[in-house]
Design a protein around this ligand. Structure first.
Ligand code: NDP
Ligand code: OXD
Length: 308
């Protein structure tokens, strides 16, 4: 069996190592060293269109991440080739850590205490009411559900919004555009874990964010292009929103001149909330390849209409 890997040069050797251990009988090639594009299975992260154009004969393409937005413009010749994304593979726990940290930082007002410390000022603040500190999660898939469960352990009230209604203990589920405004109106913190699709691109604009209650806080950990940067900045500067923690950006790396870098109410991290773990991902991919080879169905196949 022939596997073709296209990933960042910096970690290509680690992927090849892990794949050779998990699938000792496979012949593992890397792009662009092997530029033929001949593969039973391609394993890719942000592949060039030149490679995609050659993958029409593959049995499946595995995306080495959870989000498949960078593959939205796949050529029509790949319509019949299943595109399979990573499902959790060690990312849910990392995402829960990151979001819980951001919510606790805001709820326990660590930034305000840092400012007090800067002024050598001993000033305990009245604790915020947790029962009124509702966290709303946009996107209740694998990662959104894990984040909801982690926040629940700290006693935060949690709502979720998705396309279809969910049944998750202790989480009120809102579904579809008709319920978005009500969902937003209840949140104090809005966490974005939606995939970037034709429907979600730019949806976090002034109109949407204006449904949030005064002083709400934003955590974006999905994709930067969901957010209209200028609208967020204007809402924070006017006091309508209290700030944001942002891990993902429209242009990455975030350009040095971008206003987010130095804004006193914005925390910036460089797309690190949940990294792809090579060992877990290879185990998941190898297990799926074994199932496909035995004619069995696999999960994580991207729907080509909704593209997530
Ligand atoms: P899933 O596909 O499991 O979940 C996506 C969720 O979004 C589902 O609940 C889905 O609803 C909902 N959704 C999709 N489209 C819409 C829409 N138009 N309206 C309302 N809800 C919608 O994805 P994951 O949880 O695995 O990952 C989510 C995203 O997180 C990824 O796409 C990626 O962009 C991002 N990510 C970021 C990382 C980082 O390091 N910053 C790391 C990993 C992922 P339904 O269930 O009803 O279909
Ligand atoms: C992903 C990511 O989608 O790393 O997996 O952003």
């Amino acid at each position: 069996m022939r596997l073709l890997l296209c990933t960042a040069a910096s970690n290509s050797a680690a992927w090849v190592d892990a794949l050779s251990r998990a699938m000792p009988d496979a012949s593992i090639r890397t792009w662009p060293e092997d530029a033929t594009g001949m593969a039973d299975y391609a394993l890719v992260w942000k592949p060039p269109s030149e490679l995609l154009a050659k993958l029409g004969g593959a049995k499946a393409i595995f995306n080495l991440g959870a989000g498949v937005d960078s593959l939205q413009s796949m050529p029509p010749s790949l319509k019949a080739v299943p595109l399979i994304r990573l499902e959790d593979a060690g990312m849910a726990e990392q995402m829960a850590e990151y979001v819980v940290h951001a919510v606790l930082r805001r709820y326990r007002e660590f930034d305000a205490y840092a400012e007090s410390q800067h002024r050598s000022e001993w000033r305990p603040r009245r604790r915020l009411d947790k029962s009124a500190f509702r966290v709303g999660i946009l996107g209740m898939g694998l990662l959104g559900a894990a984040v909801a469960a982690a926040l629940g352990l700290f006693g935060f009230p949690v709502d979720g919004w998705s396309r279809s209604r969910k049944k998750i203990p202790e989480v009120r589920s809102f579904a579809g555009s008709g319920e978005l405004a009500e969902f937003l109106g209840r949140c104090r913190v809005l966490v974005c874990l939606l995939p970037l699709t034709g429907e979600t691109r730019g949806m976090l604009d002034r109109a949407t964010l204006s449904h949030l209650s005064a002083g709400s806080y934003i955590v974006n950990v999905s994709r930067g292009a969901l957010l209209i940067d200028g609208d967020l900045l204007a809402l924070i500067d006017s006091g309508a929103l209290s700030g944001a923690t942002l891990d993902v950006f429209r242009d990455e790396p975030l350009p040095p001149s971008h206003a987010f870098w130095h804004h006193p109410r914005i925390v910036v991290t460089p797309h690190v909330s949940a990294e792809t773990r090579i060992e877990e991902s290879v185990d998941q991919i190898a297990a799926k390849i074994r199932r496909i080879e035995s004619g069995m169905p696999v999960s994580g196949v991207v729907d080509r209409a909704s593209f997530y």
